[in-house]
Design a protein around this ligand. Structure first.
Ligand code: GLC
Ligand code: CA
Length: 529
């Protein structure tokens, strides 16, 4: 990639940071993070080298699935602020050069959404066909239930409607019927609404489920080409804003996932999360062997033209290991989450990396150095930059969604609420509580990830200068990153294996296989000629 392209292909050199407004910073002491608070904390992100903020759902919600069950797509959850606060946040982000993308959750709504309430109330409702109704349960395959902790089927009978409705997730999340043109129009309207308020695109939730029409009676006829619909969505987005992106959640094997880029044309999702490589990375860490990572990178299909993979260590959900074999998954469980309470859905872990590796900072740095040097756009989950742990007392995936830890103390600098009981969620216990793990302390510790990049933020003066990192020039261009390239011997093993993977064709590298082995030299700032 030429340096002159880094501006218009901005997502290729981006560093994405995912956060939930609710758990980031509380500005008014009610215990719940809010947009006004987030606006006050943007400097932290800029100083880390983040270029894109991904907002988890911030819309009004029935809150059964932490905001992924929306009751109104066109405004802000009142607990988080107002639309006015949102616009001020967008303005503040833009003035710091930050782009913002938001979760687009349109596979389903909350059952409390007025559309569903109307739909179930009468066959004559104008919203009846906005959802998927059948007299008898529709088709269902093993594995279709995404949340086996609480559901046994993807079809539930609604007493009022007298029919079964489709829900790929919880029963309180009825699936929208995308075979209905009115639904597709509404989805476009939602996209258009938030684009007008300045977004640079969306993280698209549950894409394969959104396009799935097999349970819809007559659906196959109405929507014969799901990928055509995805192309339409992308084209619509492009008309509204030429450089906006769709970053899709498509947790499928590589060859199937690739079709969501639009195959060779690259006219569907701009980026896809690389779930297979993430899972291989954990298998590699468990085995202390780079082999699985190497195999994943070799198997990873090349992306069409302007598209790109997004790489990550951890996201906000369970750390899914569903693409590993049963035996491989068990290896990772044994190494990183042996207790049943650390596991979830039989396929994933509900821990963050530092606790999984017993607090070994070298292994944590290794994982992030590796992730930062992989081909793709690094995507971080808030708190990773300071090595936050989880709170296993919280149910399911909430364990990793605890409030951001800004400084020591009962409230962790997150809120001025009267006591910890007033916080939206409790912090992890020692040795991962805010007293041990927090932003301020790390800014003062020259050995930490944070201090290497942070300058002056919210009144704290760091004692080390900003640190400019770089990525392999064959994979993307240089950028400023938070993590040191100081690596252990294990890291060198890992990286020497990954470098034998030829970089993408378009990288302009003269001799891809001649890249030097250790991370420290892979991450050179020299541009290849
Ligand atoms: C996606 C989200 C997850 C959510 C689900 C249903 O998988 O990442 O958090 O529960 O979709 O919306
Ligand atoms: Ca608040």
């Amino acid at each position: 990639m030429r340096a002159t392209q880094t501006g218009d292909l901005w997502w290729k050199t981006a560093v994405v940071y995912c956060l939930d407004v609710q758990t980031f910073y509380d500005s008014n002491g009610d215990g719940i993070g809010d947009f006004a608070g987030l606006s006050e904390r943007l400097d932290h992100l800029v100083e880390l080298g983040v270029t894109v903020v991904w907002l988890m759902p911030f819309y009004p919600t029935a809150d059964v699935d932490d905001g992924y069950d929306i009751t109104d797509f066109y405004t802000v959850d009142p607990r988080l602020g107002t639309l006015g606060d949102f616009v001020e946040f967008m303005r503040s982000a833009r003035s710091r050069g930050l782009r913002v993308i938001a979760d687009l959750v349109v596979n389903h709504t909350s059952a409390k959404h007025p559309w569903f309430q109307s739909s179930r109330s009468s066959v004559d409702s104008q919203y009846r066909d906005w959802y998927v109704w059948r007299d008898e349960p529709g088709p269902e395959k093993p594995g279709d239930v995404v949340f086996p902790d609480r559901e046994t089927s993807i079809w539930t009978k609604d007493r009022k409607a007298g029919q079964y409705y489709l829900h790929r997730f919880y029963r309180s999340q009825p699936d929208l019927n995308v075979a209905n043109p009115a639904v597709r129009d509404e989805i476009a309207r939602i996209i258009g609404f938030w684009m007008e308020l300045g977004l640079s695109g969306f993280r698209v939730d549950a894409v394969p489920f959104l396009l799935e029409t097999s349970g819809i009676e007559g659906g196959a006829g109405d929507l014969p080409q799901p990928h055509e619909y995805l192309r339409d969505l992308r084209a619509f987005l492009g008309r509204r804003s030429g450089d906006a992106i769709l970053l899709g959640e498509v947790n499928l094997p590589f060859e199937q996932a690739r079709t969501f880029f639009g195959d060779e044309d690259g006219d569907e999702l701009t980026m896809l999360f690389d779930f297979p490589t993430m899972q291989a990375m954990f298998l590699g860490l468990a085995r202390e062997d780079a082999g699985p990572i190497r195999s994943a990178l070799l198997a990873r299909p090349e992306t069409p033209g302007d598209s790109q993979w997004a790489v990550f260590v951890r996201n906000h959900d369970e750390l899914t290991l569903d693409k590993l074999s049963g035996a491989e998954r068990q290896e990772v469980f044994t190494a990183f989450g042996p207790d049943e309470g650390m596991q979830v859905y039989g396929r994933g872990l509900r821990r963050r990396l530092p606790t999984m590796v017993g607090g070994d900072g070298r292994r944590v740095r290794l994982a992030y150095s590796l992730m930062m040097s992989l081909p793709g756009t690094p995507t971080l989950f808030y708190g990773e930059e300071i090595g936050m742990g989880e709170n296993l007392d919280l149910p399911g995936r909430m364990a990793v969604r605890t409030p951001m830890q800004w400084q020591a103390g009962e409230m962790g600098g997150f809120s001025t609420a009267p006591n910890a009981g007033a916080l939206c969620r409790p912090f992890p216990a020692k040795p991962y509580s805010p007293d041990e793990v927090n932003v301020v302390a790390q800014r003062h510790d020259p050995g930490t990830r944070c201090s290497r990049s942070c300058g002056n933020g919210f009144g704290v003066t760091a004692n080390v200068p900003s640190w400019a990192g770089a990525r392999c020039p064959c994979w993307t261009t240089t950028f400023r990153q938070c993590w040191p390239t100081a690596v252990t011997g294990a890291a060198e093993r890992c990286c020497s294996a990954t470098t034998s993977v030829p970089p993408p064709r378009r990288c302009g590298c003269r001799s891809p296989n001649s890249l030097p082995a250790p991370v420290a030299s892979i991450c050179s700032t020299d541009q290849p000629s």
